[in-house]
Design a protein around this ligand. Structure first.
Ligand code: 13P
Ligand code: SF4
Length: 321
């Protein structure tokens, strides 16, 4: 049966691909986890769509033998760190992240050596090796809580996102040593174009992800993770929102509040959606999801010592929620 599907792969329409993916999922005892930044057709066939924390929690509690991660490399690694005995597939191994790439393990080790006696808090957007060198991991939804959980007399390193780190500094009043990394997608959101939009829609509220630089966050009515932004547009009585994060979130937002006017914050760079678009997230396609399930590859493989150390830091975060 699998051979039949394989021989017809090149000719499948999107509809047939979706059918085949559902069939393969059953055959492989697989679950599909997808981030909000994935293409709509991938979000639609996923078993769970969420932010980085929700996805890590979903990966932690699954009983499926195979996890297909429709997201980027560090997310699939996180699923593998929590599930050493399960197969974790990433449809395109090149789906990286500018934040994770900003912190190569050897440079990060040297940085830690320059700052002894610091508690190391790493944003989940980093490699398994960097997680293994960290004391505790955080996501955009719990970064403030994680830093607040560290005794006030301890010095803290926050890596690799300097903008999320600066936001956490403002929210906690703590002095943090920041690694100099940014999300190339969120720093590309244009303040000028956004102000023009706010002028055209004076009643609009701005919701922003904390990976945005401070000049964007200063204008925001609400700052939070992708899940938090989605919750806000649902519970807030406002009817027009400018959404300063990757454009993929608009798929779930529009479904959740069909009567509200949701406008993607424009990016400086021209791209297909005229919004902020993560080129790594968009590397996954239906065809690649299908082929990964069919061939059980590309698979995430981690060195056990690294995985086990990274798991300690990750579980500390999971315990905080
Ligand atoms: P969250 O999933 O925590 O909202 O972070 C967004 C992001 O940039 C993931 O890469
Ligand atoms: Fe990384 Fe930014 Fe893309 Fe998220 S949106 S995966 S932080 S580059």
């Amino acid at each position: 049966m699998i051979g039949t599907v394989e021989s017809r792969t090149a000719e499948l329409s999107d509809y047939e691909l979706v059918e085949a993916i559902h069939r393969l999922k059953k055959e492989r005892n697989a679950i599909i986890l997808a981030h909000y930044y994935q293409q709509p057709e991938i979000q639609e066939l996923a078993d769970f769509v969420g932010d980085s924390l929700g996805l890590a929690q979903a990966a932690d509690k699954t009983g499926a033998q195979t996890i297909l991660f429709a997201g980027v490399h560090f997310m699939a690694e996180t699923a593998k760190i929590l599930n050493p005995k399960r197969t974790v597939l990433l449809p395109d191994l090149n789906a990286g992240c500018s934040l994770a790439d900003s912190a190569p393990p050897e440079k990060f080790r040297a940085f830690l050596d320059q700052h002894p006696d610091h508690v190391v808090v790493s944003y989940i957007n980093c490699s398994a090796e960097v997680k293994a060198m960290s004391d505790i991991i955080c996501t955009s939804s719990n970064a403030v809580r994680v830093v607040n959980s560290i005794p006030a007399d301890r010095k803290v390193i926050f890596a690799p996102d300097k903008h999320l780190g600066a936001y956490v500094q403002r929210m906690t009043g703590r002095e943090l040593v920041l690694w100099d990394g940014v999300c190339e997608v969120h720093v590309d959101i244009s303040l000028d174009k956004m102000k023009f939009l706010l002028g055209k829609h004076p009643d609009a509220k701005l919701v922003a992800h904390p990976e945005c630089p401070p000049h964007i966050l200063a204008e925001a009515d609400h700052v939070g993770s992708t899940t938090s932004l989605l919750d806000f547009v649902q519970r807030d009585p406002g009817t027009t929102f400018i959404v300063a994060t990757e454009g993929g979130i608009l798929h779930k937002m529009r479904a959740a509040v069909p009567g509200k006017n949701l406008i993607a914050a424009p990016a400086n760079a021209e791209n297909s959606c005229a919004c902020a678009e993560c080129p790594y997230m968009k590397m996954n396609t239906l065809q690649k999801v299908h082929d990964a399930l069919l061939n059980s590859t590309p698979e995430i493989v981690l060195e056990e010592q690294v995985r086990a150390r990274a798991e300690i830091a990750l579980r500390r975060m999971m315990q905080l929620g």
